[in-house]
Design a protein around this ligand. Structure first.
Ligand code: FES
Ligand SMILES: [Fe+2]
Length: 413
């Protein structure tokens, strides 16, 4: 696509740097439409769903790329396909449910049917009725399937792209991020369930929040009150290929009583204890004492591993000032009942009402409300300098600058 052909928005960054972020980026309708084309239909890997959500032949799951409805299927041979959920006849949704199992996908409007790979199978009254009407003899059914996306499956996660230019997934995220994904998801997965929440803010504000290691022990008082995550713990940030992919990690039981927290007077409720400490009864699966890992893949995936709770977060834009966040909770297929119960209990940490994630559901809305009517002003991300490089420190906004680096490249801004 010619990136210059749809330049309706006049939002611009003030310079080449990545530390000054115009507020108009979160409110401009024309820019939002450009993003849907240039980013979501551009050379990116969009997270679609988990392979373990469609384990059987005939299983399907509906999802979105940007705002475009998409179906992901598993065919009779076990192969996975992704296609737009839009009938090739008059454009109706083909699959109306979130998930199901079908031999053929049938559009309710005029009963056209599609195979599980999206090709057109049957047309009602193809030869007309009583010898009259019907399709013209030259109608080529093979040219009227559902529009297909190119897919890749990495560590049980299915991604789709519209672009032939999107590189293979490991090149796209970089070897270090791929390696961290393997460390978290490198075994067959079991789908445990999902939460969906609507965020009252632009999709990029949530993407920034996901990459904002600086806020965790400040906004999320649960972390700090119960001595769970502090920036003084051993940890770090790795920035992946292109800047838009990252992981931030922290290791438990190190550096908790750092004087900088006392000096800044931050939430030092030292005597608070969890009434039920089994919530954090944790098995060290990483072997390295990792307790907090947040990973992102530009533009739509978050992957988190807090203690033994593992969840995939899908970030879906729903207009310039609304975002849907889909949490899929997983375990490993070989988990014993005790581990599955542990993961489910610890899933209370995350999701819309999670002990350590509930504030993220409103903080983006606080930003979105505060920037209404503001034009030509910028927010700043100066923590940790101006660059985009991996860092031992987590009191930094380096991953947010990485997001904007990827964004500017994708948007040609
Ligand atoms: S719109 Fe789907 S069959 Fe007509
Ligand atoms: Fe957060």
């Amino acid at each position: 696509m010619d990136a210059k052909s749809d330049t309706a928005s006049d939002v611009r960054f003030p310079g080449k740097g990545l530390s000054e972020i115009p507020y108009d980026l979160y409110t401009d309708e024309a820019l939002y439409k450009q993003e849907l084309k240039r980013i979501y239909r551009g050379p990116v890997w969009n997270y679609l769903c988990l392979a373990c959500e469609i384990p059987e032949p005939g299983d399907y799951r509906t999802t979105f790329v940007g705002e475009t409805p998409v179906i992901v299927t598993r065919d009779r041979n076990g192969d996975i396909h992704a296609m737009e959920n839009r009938c090739a006849h008059r454009g109706a949704l083909v699959c109306l449910k979130k998930r199901g199992n079908e031999k053929l996908l049938t559009c309710v409007y005029h009963s056209w049917t599609y195979k599980l790979d999206g090709s057109l199978h049957g047309v009602a009254f193809e030869r007309g009725v009583g010898g009259q009407g019907g399709l013209a003899p030259g109608f080529d059914k093979s040219a009227h399937g559902l529009r297909r996306l190119r897919i890749t499956v990495f560590c049980g996660l299915i991604f789709g792209t519209y672009s032939e230019a999107t590189p293979d997934f490991e090149t796209y995220v970089g070897p270090e991020i791929a390696s961290h994904m393997r460390s978290i998801l490198g075994k067959p997965l079991r789908y445990l369930g999902r939460n969906v929440q609507v965020l009252p803010n632009n999709w990029k504000i949530y993407n920034e929040n996901l990459r904002d290691s600086y806020h965790a022990s400040l906004l999320h008082t649960f972390f700090n009150t119960f001595k769970l995550n502090r920036l003084s713990q051993d940890g770090g940030i790795v920035i992946g290929a292109g800047g838009g992919n990252h992981i931030s990690y922290g290791k438990s039981k190190t550096g908790y009583d750092h004087p900088d927290y006392q000096a800044d007077g931050i939430h030092s409720l030292k005597d608070m204890q969890l009434q039920d400490p089994t919530l954090l009864d944790t098995v060290d699966e990483s072997g390295e004492g990792m307790t907090t890992r947040i990973l992102s893949v530009f533009p739509s995936l978050g992957l988190q591993c807090h203690y033994n709770s593992i969840a995939i977060r899908q970030v879906l834009p729903k207009g310039v000032s609304e975002t849907e966040l889909v949490w899929s909770h997983v375990g490993y297929a070989d988990d014993d009942p005790a581990m599955q119960a542990r993961r489910l209990k610890q899933s209370n940490l995350v999701g819309p009402a999670g002990y350590i994630s509930m504030e993220d559901g409103c903080i983006g809305g606080f930003v979105q409300k505060a920037i209404q009517g503001v034009t030509g002003e910028v927010g700043i991300v100066p923590m940790g300098g101006e660059g985009v490089e991996s860092s031992k420190a987590r009191a930094t906004e380096v991953s947010i600058r990485g997001f904007w680096q990827a964004y500017r490249a994708a948007m040609d801004m």
